[in-house]
Design a protein around this ligand. Sequence first.
Ligand SMILES: [Zn+2]
Length: 443
Amino acid sequence: MVKSDSYSIIEKRLAENVLILDGAMGTMIQSYKLEEQDYRGERFADWNSDLKGNNDLLSLTQPKIIKDIYTSYLAAGADIIETNTFNANYISMLDYHMEDLSYELNFESARLAREAADEFTQQNPDKPRFVAGAVGPTSRTCTISPDVNDPGFRNVHFDELVAAYTTAVDGLIKGGVDIILIETIFDTLNAKAAIYAVLDYFEKTGVRYPIMISGTITDASGRTLSGQTTEAFWNSISHAKPISVGLNCALGPKELRQYVEELSRIADTHVSAHPNAGLPNAFGEYDESPEEMLEEIQGWVDSGFLNIIGGCCGTSPEHIATFAKAFADATPRVIPVIEKACRLSGLEPFNIDGNSLFVNVGERTNVTGTRRCLNVLLKKGILIPRWMWHVNKWKTVPKSSTSTWTKACWIRRLPWSVFLSLSHQNQIFLAYLSCLILRNGRF
Ligand SMILES: [Zn+2]
């Protein structure tokens, strides 16, 4: 797989500077005070549902406004601008019956941003500008039931999200983005669907683009909406090898600080943050001035927490200009060397390193109780049906192959031989099997 054209330029810029991401799109659109007919434009004049509030649609019906917003952030000094595509996915667009426009919305929004960014790069080639294709969480969550009376109910499933994200990413990349930014992640499972779609897309096209990932800590508990702590979140998504990981939205800089610090300590990639302009007031507005935000964020930069800084809800080109000016010569965070370990997570992180004692994790990999898990393991070749490999006891495994096929065993109640390659991740599964075997009195 080859790297995209601008990949190495972005890496070089990240090594030199704290890069500036843009600010809010929604708040800027609000300032234009657009009405229903502005959203509709000519093309959707007769559309059969209300369109006011469908900000992503404005890339088609009011392209000048969207490009002006991009331009105002570039003029403020943003190195990276985000496309107006936060909700331009099949799932979110269902609310407006515009799901079939997903590709076009992403493509057009990316194309406009590309145009704006290229104009600024041409004026000053020493400060290349990049376009990040914004991939939002969608309007539905894969982890949590929307029905309090039915905890098992889901109104969206992983495969549907993957399909929706694939279309969005296709539009963004063909529209000319440099980066894919999976952001405002309140449900890690939604983000994992996005990551899956993106990595699969890279594999099929043979070109890898940088991925930025940004989670959202929803309140003072320090957890995402689906319940994860910062480190658990990082453990869940680090396999995507993002060019940056960060936090955005929900909290203002003061409340976000400790979580950015935590991420900076544990992440062996660049760290980004784009906080809101404080917490919302009684009217749902954001009051923190550029100077107030800077006061807090200056400390983050001075402490070496950051590689990329921008703004989320309530921030404006003035906020971004203030950051760009303040951090023009700031030293970016140095990526720490993190000790290799098996890093897992549920709601909390679970790290297994050289000092860990016996670890027993089982129920989610319980092949005896979960037909679905069993099928996945069979498909991936982790479990091999007995007819494929006639080994009844682990000691019959050829010595020469013990490095990869370290253990093989046959479970009394199952018609399979089980082979485990002892990669680090599999140790926990092995631990579970050991328990099962001990309990059954086998060997
Ligand atoms: Zn926000």
